[in-house]
Design a protein around this ligand. Structure first.
Ligand SMILES: Nc1nc2c(c(=O)[nH]1)N[C@H]1C(S)=C(S)[C@@H](COP(=O)(O)OP(=O)(O)OC[C@H]3O[C@@H](n4cnc5c(N)ncnc54)[C@H](O)[C@@H]3O)O[C@H]1N2
Ligand code: MOO
Length: 393
């Protein structure tokens, strides 16, 4: 069977996703979610001309003074009157400019004796000096956040000052995770000679924990068709992620078990190393991803498929990991017909692949800081040439 190119597999998977309902979330709880509706400014910021410094609001035409101090304007308590020739108002950072004043004399350049103020420096350069004009940051109605943008702390601060208390986002994504394999036991268990501590579920849950996800842990399923079918048939989740049993051996039962549980398999086996035996489909309202059992294959396919799909379900406009340029730290051999992701360290922009790239080796994965991306049929590459990497640390 020919292998499906990775980009095609990603596009097909995206097409399988349902559109999740939206919910309003308080800004303080919205970090990391994606805006499901655009946010426009509900107010103008600043709403009035404000002082940018502590000092005295004056008319620039009155320089070089002296002035008579006629009142005070503080943030939250403006000076209600208007000033005329020779008047100054004591003013603080963030306070509204009094009517008639057009600049602020900073207090370091002023000398005050009772109500009399004299110049003790150069003074503001011109009208508007040390003043933040109304609307300097944004005006009411300005578009501020686009649909699909991730809500960073900075955007949430912007939304708050723009007058919003909450933001509409897609509801949290429910992901069921199952490890499969007769050899697997819970981490820390006493081990028989053919047993292995389960690690893929641990790693996947940790990868998902950084996203707005509720995880349903299905634990470890044995390589028994009827047990798997029963576990899968009762699932109520947006996504089911399995690891193991995806290949072609007699005990690789994920494909038949999912099919028997009502899933339609959309594709199986992709042109990716590691990660070739991945499969994907849909089981009623649940998107299904069957990841290979080898730990590095599970990690790479989670990075390229599971996390992007969770982001897309969450409403992300840009769900994919973005390659960045680096320099090859050693010569790289010609690549075969699969898109290859090589574990590598990264120092000062130089990506050096690990000597061994076997997909069972978690220690090299744990110490890798990036994956070097090699396109199918890429020619050999010399040390020092430019490569694309995906940062993972
Ligand atoms: N004849 C062929 N054999 C294999 C092929 C192939 O095309 N033809 N593909 C190979 C590739 S590539 C991969 S990747 C593996 C993936 O196979 P499975 O998805 O069926 O994975 P398993 O056989 O169940 O396990 C593989 C390996 O990983 C260990 N494992 C599984 N689950 C976990 C877990 N949750 N935690 C830790 N370790 C796990 C398992 O013990 C095996 O050692 O197939 C190749 N074979
Ligand atoms: O593609 Mo497999 O994931 O080489 O080990």
């Amino acid at each position: 069977m020919s292998l499906l190119p990775v980009a095609e597999a990603q596009a097909r998977l995206l097409a399988l996703l349902p559109l999740l309902a939206t919910e309003p979330v308080a800004l303080r709880d919205a970090a990391g979610r994606w805006a499901a509706e655009p946010l426009a400014a509900l107010r103008t910021q600043p709403a009035s001309d404000l002082s940018a410094m502590d000092g005295y609001a004056i008319r620039h035409a009155d320089l070089p003074g002296p002035w008579r101090v006629v009142g005070e304007s503080a943030a939250g308590h403006r000076f209600d009157g208007a000033i005329t020739a020779g008047d100054a108002v004591r003013i603080f950072t963030g306070a509204a400019m009094p009517s008639g004043a057009d600049c602020v004399l900073v207090q370091e350049e002023a000398r005050r004796d009772g109500a009399v103020l004299t110049l003790a420096g150069d003074g503001p350069r011109g009208p508007g000096g040390n003043v933040r004009r109304r609307g300097l940051d944004f005006s009411c109605g300005d578009p501020l956040v686009a649909v699909g943008e991730q809500l960073t702390p900075q955007l949430l601060g912007l939304a708050a000052v723009a007058g919003h208390a909450q933001v509409e986002v897609r509801r949290r994504v429910c992901v069921a995770v199952a490890a499969t394999g007769d050899e697997l036991v819970a981490p820390g268990s006493d081990l028989g000679p053919d047993q292995l501590p389960e690690s893929n579920g641990v790693m996947l849950s940790a990868m998902l924990a950084a996203l707005p996800v509720d995880i349903v842990d299905l634990g470890i399923l044995p390589d028994r068709l009827e047990v798997m079918v029963e576990a899968f048939a009762g699932i109520d989740a947006d996504m089911l992620v399995t690891t193991g049993g995806a290949s072609v051996g007699d005990h690789d039962l994920i494909c038949p078990a999912l099919t028997a549980a009502g899933a339609e398999i959309d594709f199986w086996r992709i042109a990716l190393r590691p990660g070739k035996p991945m499969l994907a489909g849909r089981m009623r309202d649940t998107v299904v991803l069957g990841l290979p059992g080898n730990p590095v294959s599970a990690f790479v396919t989670a990075h390229l498929f599971v996390l992007p799909m969770v982001r897309a379900l969450g409403g992300a406009a840009m769900p994919w990991p973005t390659p960045v340029p680096a320099v090859a730290g050693s010569a790289l051999p010609a690549n075969g017909d699969r898109l290859d992701y090589m574990r590598a360290t990264l120092a000062d922009g130089v990506a050096t692949p690990a000597d061994a790239q076997d997909s069972s080796m978690l220690r090299t994965l744990a110490r890798a800081q990036c994956l070097i991306v090699r396109q199918p049929h890429a020619p050999p590459m010399a040390k020092g040439e430019r490569v694309d990497i995906l940062p993972i640390a």
